[in-house]
Ligand binder design. Structure first.
Ligand code: UT7
Length: 324
């Protein structure tokens, strides 16, 4: 049908930052963070855990599960907004790290929705280039793009990577369809500058540095509405009803966003995979990390119908349906 996932992998940095630890850095506490976000801990990268290194480690685990060698990989798509360099791409660094000599590689930036957008790219590539094998990776070190003095944002984010190996198969398995959307008019509710421009004419007076800025309450409202709309449209287009979904794997940003979304959609909570309490919001890495954990915990089996969805800066959002 479409891109069939042959293996999943993830990699989380060793260092764990708890809500108590954050209370020593900014004016916050465990009770506030837990009740407003559902997050208890997040992982923070140290040396040897750069964005591309986490991504490569996740990719190795996915290839191991898929029993695919690195030489068989034809394409590497990496979703990230926190690569350690703007150029070359994170994907090229991962290619070098893995020794994927037969692959071409590029990055996708759709903020927290990056993995869904990359999965759709990969799916469409495979439907044309049948017989190829690809790596799709979401990897972030948002700790490097966080203002550690801003309690509105620094409590939310974490580092990590997730990866999948995929190929086209002429059967009922794989990505069925995706519904992806963007609205650039709302860019200023969630954004991050680059380094200041070297061209004085293009310098922005209000560039405070390259870290995340967010109007949390507005983002919250849009996120619920937007994901609900994307999911309802996708399911109705594909003639699938909500009860046939075996497991929903949403972007892990905030437990309250997830609960609201799930209750509006009428999905039972036991059919929703949640790990935001452990890792916080890992942006483009969040869906593939959750997919890998759910896979390794045996939360779904061959033939099950999975629904993934996401929302992020841009705004970008969407949903995908997969037959495992
Ligand atoms: O992937 C998409 C990326 N982003 C998101 O998904 C984030 C979406 N938004 C959210 O998750 C929530 O809006 C937050 C968790 C960011 C904030 O929760 P909230 O319930 O919307 O709180 P709020 O921003 O309305 O703030 C309530 C109060 C404020 O105090 P006042 O003005 O009422 O006195 C804040 O200053 O809580 C205060 N506050 C905090 N207090 C303790 C904000 N951050 C903190 C903090 N600790 N870390």
């Amino acid at each position: 049908m479409g891109a069939v996932i042959l293996g999943t992998g993830s990699c989380l940095p060793e260092k764990i930052l708890s809500n108590h630890d954050l209370g020593k850095i900014v004016d916050t506490n465990d009770e506030w963070i837990l009740s407003r976000t559902g997050i208890s801990t997040r992982r923070i990268s140290g040396q040897g855990e750069a964005t591309y290194q986490l991504g490569a480690a996740a990719a190795r685990k996915a290839m191991e599960m898929a029993e695919v060698t690195v030489e068989e990989i034809d394409l590497i798509i990496v979703a990230t907004m926190s690569a350690h360099m703007l150029m070359p791409s994170c994907a090229c660094f991962i290619q070098k790290e893995l020794g994927a000599v037969n692959a071409f590689a590029y990055d996708v930036n759709a903020a927290c929705s990056g993995f869904l957008f990359a999965l759709d790219n990969g799916d469409k590539f495979l439907r044309v280039e049948k017989g190829k094998k690809i790596l799709i990776i979401g990897t972030e070190t948002l700790s490097s793009r966080t203002n550690w003095e801003d309690r509105n944002t620094c409590i939310l984010f974490g580092d990590g990577a997730g990866a999948v190996v995929a190929e086209y198969q002429d059967n009922e398995r794989g990505v069925i369809a995706s519904n992806l959307l963007s609205d650039g008019t709302l860019w200023n509710l969630l954004y991050m500058h680059t380094a200041p421009s070297c061209n004085p004419d293009l310098q922005l007076a209000d560039n405070p540095g390259s870290h995340i800025l967010m109007e949390g309450r507005e983002v919250f409202k849009y996120a619920v509405k937007a994901m609900e709309g994307a999911i309802r449209d996708l399911l109705s287009r594909e003639n699938v009803d909500m009860d046939s979904i075996d497991l929903m794997i949403p972007h892990q940003a905030n437990i309250r966003i997830l609960r609201k979304l799930v209750s509006r959609l009428g999905v039972k909570e036991e059919k929703v995979f949640i790990n935001v309490q452990k890792y916080g919001n890992t942006s483009a890495a969040s869906v593939p990390i959750a997919l890998d954990e759910a896979n390794r915990e045996g939360r779904f089996k061959r033939g099950d119908l999975l629904l993934v969805c996401s929302f992020g800066g841009g705004f970008t959002w969407g949903a995908s349906l997969l037959r495992w």
